[in-house]
Design a protein around this ligand. Sequence first.
Ligand code: TXE
Length: 496
Amino acid sequence: MNNSRFCRGQYIGGQWRSPAGSETFAVVNPATEEVIVNVPAGNRDDIEAAVSAARQAFDSGPWPRMSGAQRGVCLRKIAEIISRRQDELAELEVLDNGKPLPEAQWDIEDAAGTFEYYAELSEELDSSSERAVAVPEPRFSTTVRKEPIGVAGAIIPWNYPMLMASWKVAPALAAGCSLVLKPSEITPLTAMALAEIVDEAGLPPGVFNMVTGLGKDAGQALTEHPGVDKLAFTGSVPTGSKIMAVAARDIKNISLELGGKSPFVIFADSDIEQAVEWIMFGIFWNQGQVCSATSRVLVEESLYPKLMERLVEEAEKISIGEGNQEGVLLGPLVNADQYSKVLAAIERGLEEGAKIATGGRRPADLDKGYYLEPTVFTDMTEDSWIWREEIFGPVVCVKTFSNEEEAIRLANDSRFGLAAAVMSKDEQRCERVARAFRAGIVWVNCSQPTFVEAPWGGYKQSGIGRELGQWGLNNYLETKQITRFNGSEPWAWYIK
Ligand code: TXE
């Protein structure tokens, strides 16, 4: 692999610029624990340059003034290039994040699909961004316009590097914003490739900028910068909370997509094979490093023994290894920190008295890389740490319930509210439970399917706002009313 392209600096104002400082950080392959490349650690000066380029592009450049259709052409071009480079991008994602190749391929396809979808929404803006609203005074007429919000700062995590970038970059561009993207320092490679792609697509300089760097430096500087109008963040609750506090200082618009501890309620009339399949998809996909992972499984008592037997059997069959090996379904966790965090959570679960039905250890045949067996916990108490907190690994907690009311109570008893799932052959019961869940994303008889057309985001501490669909576009739009006086006489109060 040609690594020198990852060392050339930051993408600012339509070109690769030497970094302001000389600091770098190591990007590590989680399957081998070897350093892939050292990447520039952007600092406050890099962010200053990037925001100022974005500001100029927004305040006086062509992008926000173009028609939605013209912007749509550029977005489609980006989608095309992503599709053309799909194999290379997927391999990069495997190297950087560790996920199995078929999952990475899926992510890259979805990223291209996201740009295509927002190209359409951008085109639609030409006819939908201005509309009249009826006001009761005949001498006045009012129209409401949707306008781009300005310069966006997009801060993204490491679990779906390319896809999370596309969920923010595509709608921001469609709306007419310019932006600065700050990828996670753990997985910056596909964001750098995205800068190459945007460059090839020929966007006006400064519309898209990308700065690699640590959260505490580049991330913090971007959050604090007064030239940023909107912050879009996906990541942990503590970092989201810090960003919200900083944004409060100058009343920046924010959207936050944070963690979860999502429940999956399975009633006794469910098909066991289907239930096991969806449970595994809900917690072992992407090594369980999924914000919406259904990591708390609630099973009706009478189904529990049989379901546990099948779940353990199937979990033990999962092939674990390097993401680029054929047939591998579970790769390594993303880095040493995440690995020790998940191992510590398992330790804590055992100390709390919970039991491991399967997993919980490094696979015997893999002595390098951040590998962990798929892990199933049982017998945890309602107030235990592992039942209540996000682990962000291939670790599922299974608990029983005796009736619908108890299932709903246990499901909703969480500070999070990102996703929730229910399974039963009784459609009416599924509807009742779906409505009772306090969560932004609800799945019935499945777990995890995600569509770019539907809103994505959480209740409670899982975040603020929604990504994807029309809601994702609205994140980057301001609303302006223009009210016109059409009367011939003066307005009334002072001149009689
Ligand atoms: O997240 P952070 P980390 C959860 C998961 C994981 C934990 C920690 O539980 O174990 O978060 O992961 C940038 N100002 N999720 O440490 O810190 C940082 O550089 C501005 C859930 O990676 O939230 C990165 O780009 N930015 C999540 C991004 O924030 C800052 C996905 C996310 O990092 C910053 C990932 C600061 N002060 C982890 N500090 C999900 N919801 O899907 C850090 N950053």
